[in-house]
Design a protein around this ligand. Structure first.
Ligand code: NAD
Ligand code: AHE
Ligand code: ZN
Length: 375
């Protein structure tokens, strides 16, 4: 197949919120600096649903969504040296080129090399898509487009992993689990004894709990409007539960009262700007730090009284948990292989690509953490 167009199945999003359509898609061979990957397993993340909803300013249609996956390199373009056909890989929506201003800064995991192309749904070389249906281009998404049996990504967006690792599990290391763990370890740097509050107990929030537990947090308070989330959350380290619906006073006041003045760290894992405000305002005066993880729709803005920051609270955000993707995803795979981090426990459903619309329904019903699709 090397050098040839591959026709395979992919789930195409033609319009916001209209069911995805399983189509025969043509996938062009990788050009210079590109890698074509046979995707074996992909999971769904809330961000796929967000872009599909039409609220993402970078959302383009028709496109192939998906960014939490694992597969095997099928072929590589000219000049690609770090992976070869047969390598087991995880596509990374956050690239790492090791050469740009961002990568060399030592201050961030963001990479500038291909970001303009990935945001525009195309490849960097020729600003065109490698996906088409009967000659009509289909946009890429987040530089990954994993809801396709084959995808083409930039070489700076590929993490080569241990070939022994089970791809139906480690696919989760493409997004949600590293995001939560890294928000605690890299962005907040939670210390032993700290009091932590987590808003939203989906996969990202539970990974925050797991990270906080391993960092030695003394109390891990889980906040969710869906009490069904509380049972599973205990297994990830959440020690106390608060459902805002059970209280008349604002949730930030509930948490301040529960914690003698506020929490040391809070994490917003929902994408709701009023919850982001509550997450900041439940932090302790003088030092409490709140980390925004959730992605909010176009047009949404955060606000608080500046006095909240004047009196020492800190507002931060994180992308992919601050992890350098190509360097650290393989390390996270090894941690999973050594049973130092969980993955299996986040997978509540397994379906096939053909059932992808059902998988999104499950996500919206709330009984699902991660659903893994076999391609
Ligand atoms: P999810 O839908 O599985 O979980 C969200 C949880 O929030 C659910 O349990 C829901 O019941 C709860 N919730 C909703 N409204 C609430 C409210 N008002 N108060 C309390 N709880 C509420 O989503 P997920 O896949 O875990 O992703 C969480 C968020 O993180 C999404 O916005 C996603 O786009 C974002 N995300 C960001 C990054 C990043 O790098 N920054 C990475 C992955 C995901
Ligand atoms: N196009 C969106 C951006 C959404 C966003 O912030 N994405 C997160 C990852 S979410 C993964 O589930 C991120 O890493 N952002 C940094 C980046 O470079 O995109 C919007 O709302 O504009
Ligand atoms: Zn995601």
């Amino acid at each position: 197949t090397q050098g040839q167009v591959i026709t395979c199945k992919a789930a195409v999003a033609y319009e916001p919120n209209k069911p995805l359509v399983i189509e025969d898609v043509q996938v062009a061979p990788p050009q210079a600096g590109e890698v074509r990957i046979k995707i074996l397993f992909t999971a769904l993340c809330h961000t796929d649903a967000y872009t599909w909803s039409g609220k993402d300013p970078e959302g383009l249609f028709p496109c192939i969504l998906g960014h939490e996956a694992a597969g095997i390199v099928e072929s590589v373009g000219e000049g690609v040296t770090e992976v070869q056909p047969g390598d087991h890989v995880i596509p990374c929506y956050q690239a790492e080129c090791r050469e740009c201003k961002f990568c060399k800064s030592g201050k961030t995991n963001l990479c500038g090399k291909v970001r303009t192309a990935t945001g525009a749904g195309v490849m960097m070389n020729d600003r065109k898509s490698r996906f088409s249906i009967n000659g009509k281009p289909i946009y890429h998404f987040m530089g990954t487009s994993t809801f396709s049996q084959y995808t083409v990504v930039h070489d700076v967006s590929v993490a080569k992993i241990d070939p022994q690792a089970p791809l139906d599990k480690v696919c989760l290391l493409g997004c949600g689990v590293p995001t939560g763990l890294g928000a605690v370890w890299n962005t907040a740097k939670v210390e032993p004894g700290a009091i932590v509050a987590i808003f939203g107990l989906g996969t990202v929030g539970l990974a925050v709990a797991e990270g906080a537990k391993s960092a030695g947090a003394s109390r891990i308070i889980g906040v969710d409007i869906d009490s069904k989330k509380f049972d599973a959350a205990k297994n990830f380290g959440v020690t106390e539960f608060v459902n805002p619906k059970d209280y008349d006073k604002p949730i930030q006041q509930v948490l301040v009262d529960l914690t003698d003045g506020g929490v040391d760290y809070s994490f917003e894992c929902i994408g709701n700007v009023s919850v982001m405000r509550a997450a900041l305002e439940c932090c302790h005066k003088g030092w409490g730090t709140s980390v925004i993880i959730g992605v909010a729709a176009s047009g949404q803005e955060i606000s608080t009284r500046p006095f909240q920051l004047v009196t020492g609270r800190v507002w931060k955000g994180t992308a992919f948990g601050g992890f350098k993707s190509r360097s650290q995803v393989p390390w996270l795979v090894e941690k999973y292989m050594k049973k130092e981090i969980k993955i299996d426990e986040y997978i509540t459903h397994n379906l096939t690509l053909g059932d992808i619309n059902k998988a999104f329904d499950l996500m919206h019903e709330g009984g699902c953490l991660r659903c893994v699709l076999k391609m």
